[in-house]
Design a protein around this ligand. Structure first.
Ligand SMILES: [Zn+2]
Length: 126
């Protein structure tokens, strides 16, 4: 499962940060997850809980996922904003269209591909 390998590397990163300071408890791991990563948030949370179960210094519910909407920039006109989404009946989800919603020109993704820890809230020893 892709989500599990993604969240394992996030937990590794948190552990690396914990080695740098006297941590009592990691209270929050704020993770920005872009819409275009197609990662299932529920699976990320499930993986996180499973991974930190035996980590007394990481709170089980520390993961806080912030969804990031995709944004694109057109290489042809000056469009900048959300992508056009086509509803797919067979998949029951919106499928983003990789074309400019205004002129159908080539687009560049400027937001929505990230899966980044933006903040770590920790309780430290005095
Ligand atoms: Zn355009």
């Amino acid at each position: 499962m892709h989500e599990f390998s993604v969240i394992s590397s996030i937990v590794d990163l948190v552990k690396q940060e914990m080695e740098k300071r006297p941590v009592i408890l990691v209270k929050e791991v704020k993770l920005e997850v872009g819409e275009l990563t197609f990662l299932a948030h529920g699976a990320l949370e499930f993986g996180f809980t499973a991974l930190v179960e035996k980590e007394p210094k990481i709170a089980n519910d520390a993961l806080n996922i912030i969804p990031v909407q995709a944004e694109v920039k057109c290489k042809n006109c000056d469009y900048e904003g959300p992508m056009k989404v086509k509803d797919s009946e067979s998949m029951h989800i919106g499928v983003p269209i990789f074309k400019c919603p205004k002129c159908e020109g080539q687009i560049e993704v400027i937001k929505g591909k990230e899966c980044t820890v933006v903040n770590l809230r920790m309780e430290l020893e005095d």
